[in-house]
Design a protein around this ligand. Structure first.
Ligand SMILES: Cc1cc2nc3c(=O)[nH]c(=O)nc-3n(C[C@H](O)[C@H](O)[C@H](O)COP(=O)(O)OP(=O)(O)OC[C@H]3O[C@@H](n4cnc5c(N)ncnc54)[C@H](O)[C@@H]3O)c2cc1C
Length: 462
């Protein structure tokens, strides 16, 4: 180990590594204070060549590697436990924006926000939207196959990528950067790295798909009585063909945000059981507000919604979105929270809520389900807040038994235990237990072929 660390330090310029505990500290704890790590050395390479050089040294000395982007991952995959930490934070260059091909090449450490800004300058859009976009990186987004708020219209990250450049466990550089929309020349190797959580190599850059910028996005917030009504409303809204986002929040989560988070405002005078935020994309503002009004008034007539507010400008649209973006922060005020990121087929969401809520009440009487999120994708962040007055630790100690119950129900409905956050450390045992054995065997074969000595993020996923 010591020889390897020494070799790494002499192979790289002094600006590309650090052992300063104060600089490394923020990289060893994740956003929710759930995982704490340690590392003997943090590398901050500034180019693909430096990443490659460093990986070759690690491979030669048997040093294990954990890649890290913005450290916003929610399943513990980016937190080292003694491995060498490769932070991509200095590889932030947008290498090219090609408006004709609707393509951009960005280095892995570029934040999602900087990719949005670069697309915007070229009058284009990169349609991946996460509340963490100021910090999370393209490399992290690809490695987790992040979802977010506009999957309904544009798909997950893997649908937004032409190809990647990655450093393999051998230190070799795979160059899959392209802007070709058609290329049937064998296996699509770039895809292997999408959702791989750093287990197959380090993504150093990616060619991303850009889209025309909708000239006007109409946002509304409306209220429904139940998940079943939300499902009917989704169908009603989809008929326009313009639907970009359909996010749902329950009363308990919504109230936690407006009561506790600064600058949040309830746009309604009355409290409702469920809130829905909807986006439609239009050519013009006039077209947007006219259709929103038409769709909402027919939704009233069909008894789908109770109340609605149409954003009149970008400030109001941002205020509405902020309610949704603060759902995680707001829940901290409800005490301990056991969190899930599941998907079920859309038509089963109401039944899922009914069954899971009843099971939670039976398991921990007084526990408070806070199921919110990307309803339009069938993706619910099904979180359980602790009963009022219960000891937080006592509640959180039940995480595994609660998981078994929730994942069994997800399985019954043909859903997935991880919709968009990935497997990491958190769901590794659950995946091994619940995934198709043939799928697990194929994943292990791919891992063995590309990383025979298991140096790439060795503790996560499989
Ligand atoms: C407030 C908040 C809101 C969020 N909202 C969403 C949401 O709506 N949808 C969603 O999907 N996620 C969401 N997330 C989770 C998180 O932001 C995403 O998973 C994001 O894609 C992680 O990017 P990152 O750069 O922070 O990656 P990190 O956290 O640094 O790493 C995540 C994983 O990717 C690996 N990795 C990172 N960079 C590379 C690389 N260059 N090469 C190889 N492997 C790499 C790491 O080893 C780790 O396994 C949210 C998180 C927060 C804190």
């Amino acid at each position: 180990m010591l020889d390897g660390l020494k070799a790494l330090k002499s192979a790289l310029p002094a600006a590309a590594w650090t052992q300063d505990a104060d600089i490394i500290a923020p990289h060893l704890v994740e956003w929710r204070d759930k995982y704490f790590g340690k590392t003997p050395l943090m590398l901050t390479p500034r180019s693909t060549a430096e990443v490659s050089e460093a990986v070759k040294v690690c491979a030669a000395h048997g040093l294990k590697i954990v890649p890290q982007g913005g450290n916003t991952g929610l399943v513990g995959g980016q937190t080292p436990q003694g491995e060498v930490l490769f932070s991509l934070k200095k590889m932030t260059t947008i290498r090219a924006v090609d408006a004709v091909n609707n393509a951009m090449t960005a280095e892995a450490g570029a934040t999602l926000q900087s990719v949005h800004d670069a697309a915007d300058k070229a009058n284009r859009k990169f349609p991946l939207f996460l509340a963490s976009q100021g910090s999370c990186t393209i490399g992290g987004n690809l490695s987790t196959n992040a979802g977010g708020n506009h999957v309904l219209k544009y798909g997950t990250t893997k649908d937004l990528v032409f190809g990647v450049e990655a450093v393999l466990a051998s230190g070799e550089i795979y160059n899959g950067l392209t802007s070709l929309r058609k290329d049937n020349t064998g296996y699509d190797l770039s895809r292997l790295f999408l959702g791989a959580e750093g287990t197959l190599g380090i993504i150093t850059a990616a060619s991303l798909k850009l889209f025309p910028k909708a000239s006007y996005t109409q946002r509304v917030i409306t209220t429904v009585e139940s998940p079943a009504k939300a499902l009917d409303l989704l169908e009603h809204c989809r008929a326009s063909g313009r639907l970009g986002m359909f996010e749902v929040m329950p009363q308990i989560g919504f109230n936690a945000v407006v009561s506790n988070i600064p600058d949040q405002r309830d746009p309604f005078e009355t409290s409702y059981t469920w809130y829905v935020i909807i986006d439609w994309d239009f050519e013009t503002e006039a077209e947007g507000s006219a259709l929103a009004e038409k769709l909402l008034s027919s939704a009233f007539e069909k008894d789908l919604i109770r109340d609605a507010v149409i954003a009149q400008n970008e400030t109001q649209a941002a205020q509405i979105m902020s309610l949704r973006e603060n759902m995680s922060a707001g829940q901290k005020f409800l005490g301990g929270s056991i969190k899930f990121d599941i998907t079920v087929p859309l038509n089963t969401i109401p039944a899922f809520f009914k069954k899971a809520d009843a099971a939670m009440e039976a398991q921990i009487p007084g526990s408070r389900p806070v199921g919110f999120g990307h309803f339009g994708d069938g993706n619910i962040h099904y979180n359980i807040a602790q009963p009022v007055g219960m000891d937080k630790e006592e509640f959180l100690n039940q995480w595994q038994s609660v998981s078994e119950i929730v994942f069994d129900i997800v399985g019954e409905f043909g859903g997935s235990i991880s919709a968009e956050h990935g497997i990491g450390i958190m769901k590794k045992t659950d995946l091994a237990k619940r995934a198709d054995p043939v799928k697990m065997a194929m994943m292990r074969s791919i891992k063995q072929a590309l990383d025979p000595d298991n140096i790439m993020n060795p503790r996560v996923m499989i």
